[in-house]
Design a protein around this ligand. Structure first.
Ligand code: NIG
Ligand code: FE
Length: 390
């Protein structure tokens, strides 16, 4: 296997406290990174770097782990510009807008869905995302949910069955019938293509009892749970997620003290999605309250055509720092190691021996510039599994 040394790194974030300055980011100044095939085999001070077959000069740029975007909805067709326009003129966001995308997605061909997905994946990769999770949820029939997952699974291992996004319009008068479908025939067709099961536990979508039934049915088929919880209002989602040992409770915008305690004492990551609050003009999740309570926080885009149409993790980092009062260090950790934790992965989100060589070079002296220079395309080079992709 070919070994590569990336040298002349101005500042390297390893996310391994033992490798660097002792901080959670494990920062090494004047660093080098050595790869063997797809993996990192060495990280540390450039002066001590072992030789390798190939030498790459980072030109003093900062190197960070590739972003782990642990929450997106990228298998869809159509557009919700009109809804966004109305919202920016004062209309409130509601879960019902999902129906617009469901109609467009059902009408789209496999090739259209695939083209749309790869377009957003390329966009995300160019902005430093090297791992992404994505969900079904805009099909809501057995056929359309299974095909969404099949299309997604060709591009990522992190595929989530979200048949329970909203009650299908075909079951408007029979929500119990829809839950029976989602936990029965649709689950049977979808489980082979997915790793995760998710539910939008929210007023206007699924209540606590329905969510429990959906998640436990998925778990019985070998899927692992994650939950859209407490986005638009207070509710049972977060505590249900912790109780079922879900990898992540996503959104966490409306939390009681008991919700925060449950997260702090459980194994469930709180995934914050500031693109959604930005695009729906909603109040920000209280990241400081979660971090100060000791909760593991991830930061992701929630990229979808309705509530957060951004594929940019750097943009979400800037929002998290400016508006959610996370420090630049916390925001970067949450968008890399935090995302990995939300996917229960230890082979990504860090640049230490054994991890996949997934990283981004920034045209900046440090990762702090991601928030300090919002909107500027600082990601200039992206490597995934030891190969340069951008
Ligand atoms: O995460 N919360 C539910 N699902 C998406 C919104 C999807 C949509 O509006 O199309 C979200 O925000
Ligand atoms: Fe979402």
């Amino acid at each position: 296997m070919t070994t590569t040394v990336v040298t002349n790194i101005g500042r390297l974030v390893t996310n391994d406290p033992a490798l660097g300055d002792g901080s959670p980011l494990g920062i090494v100044e004047d660093a080098a990174l050595v790869l063997d095939g797809e993996r990192v085999v060495w990280a540390g001070s450039a002066a001590g770097a072992p030789d390798a077959d190939v030498r790459v000069d980072a030109g003093g740029r900062a190197v960070i782990p590739g972003f782990v975007d642990s929450h997106s909805h990228l298998v869809f067709a159509g557009d919700r510009t009109a809804e966004f326009n109305a919202r920016m003129s004062g209309q409130a966001y509601a879960a019902g807008g999902i129906r617009t995308t469901v109609a467009a997605t059902r009408a789209a061909s496999d090739a259209d869905l695939e083209r749309n997905l790869t377009r957003y994946l390329d966009e995300a990769l160019r902005q430093g995302t090297t791992t992404f999770e994505t969900k079904s949820g805009y099909g809501l029939t057995t056929h359309d949910e299974a095909r969404a997952l099949r299309i997604a699974a060709a591009h990522t291992d992190e595929v989530t069955y979200l048949g329970a996004h909203i009650v299908s319009p075909d079951f408007a008068d029979d929500p119990a019938g829809y839950v029976a479908l989602v936990t029965g025939e649709m689950l049977d067709a979808c489980a082979p293509h997915a790793r995760w099961v998710d539910v939008f536990c929210e007023k206007g979508a699924f209540d606590g009892d329905q969510a429990r039934a959906i998640l436990t049915a998925g778990m019985a088929k070998g899927l692992h749970p994650r939950v859209h919880a407490n986005q638009l209002s207070y509710g049972p989602g977060v505590q249900l997620a912790v109780e079922l040992d879900a990898a992540s409770a996503d959104h966490c915008t409306h939390l009681t003290d008991a919700d925060v305690d449950a997260l702090a004492n459980g194994n469930t990551v709180a995934t914050l999605l500031p693109g959604a609050e930005f695009s729906t003009r909603a109040e920000w999740p209280d990241a400081r309250r979660l971090l100060d309570a000791g909760v593991t926080v991830a930061l992701s885009t929630d990229c979808n055509p309705g509530s957060s149409f951004t594929s940019s993790v750097p943009f979400c980092i800037a929002l998290a720092v400016r508006d959610m009062r996370m420090t630049p260090d916390e925001a970067l950790w949450s968008a890399t190691a935090g995302g990995a934790a939300a996917l229960r992965r230890t082979d990504i989100g860090r640049l230490a021996p054994g991890a996949y060589a997934d990283f981004a070079l920034l045209d900046a002296p440090s990762h702090v510039h991601l928030a300090y220079r919002p909107g500027v395309p600082l990601v200039t080079e992206v490597w995934k599994r030891g190969s340069r992709m951008v």
